[in-house]
Ligand binder design. Sequence first.
Ligand code: FMN
Length: 234
Amino acid sequence: MKKIMFLFCTMLTLLSTSASSKTLVVYYSYTGNCREIVTTLTSQIQADVLEIQPAEKGLKYEANNYALGTQLLNAIKANPNDAGSYPAIDPVTTSLNDYETIIIVTPLWWSQMAANMQTYLFNYGSQLAGKNIGLIVSSASSGISGVVDDCKRLVPDGKYFSENLWINHSNHSNRATLIQNWLSAINYNTVTGINETKTTTAAPTCIYDLGGRMLVKEPSKGIYIKNGKKVVIK
Ligand SMILES: Cc1cc2nc3c(=O)[nH]c(=O)nc-3n(C[C@H](O)[C@H](O)[C@H](O)COP(=O)(O)O)c2cc1C
């Protein structure tokens, strides 16, 4: 029985780190909201994180009534199939081969996907074919259908989750609940095959005594290690 439990616990550990079921969160953030969303998201799921950075630093996209932001988006809109229309970003070394699920977290700019995130997806979108794609969009107040269209143009062959998540400024502070509800609505665990969202729901219990011996049930008294934590029962 102890051997079976040991094998079971070992299998669970291996399953939770299997490369084919790994998630990558890719985000861009200009004023910090998407960064906060990613921090909250990764407190709820196991995922690696990739931040997209513009190659040119210190740009003020909102200056002069958003002139630069507008100019970047107009260039993309005019020639969406031309690599030269997209602003340069820093080189990305993360290999997408390691991930089965990609969650894109992006700001909305003029009802479209922020230009720097569009660059990343223009460069790498074909490598996302067949992968599970989640989309989380932050905006001040505008609805996100234009961003969804951009995402589907740049990643036409992604396996999109059933819903996208829109977090606007008025519900940004409620993002933990919104993210939790979204993960549940898209059946994140079932679709990804990842059984590792950071919830409190019971995983099979692994109990050891202080000598490192596995116990088949919780003792009624004593000190033991349960799921990696010390427990004292008097
Ligand atoms: C160039 C630019 C254009 C924007 N256009 C819009 C817009 O059309 N509608 C809107 O609701 N918010 C717009 N915003 C606001 C951002 O979507 C919003 O502040 C978002 O939370 C920013 O995310 P970040 O802090 O991760 O950069 C715009 C912001 C910038 C910089």
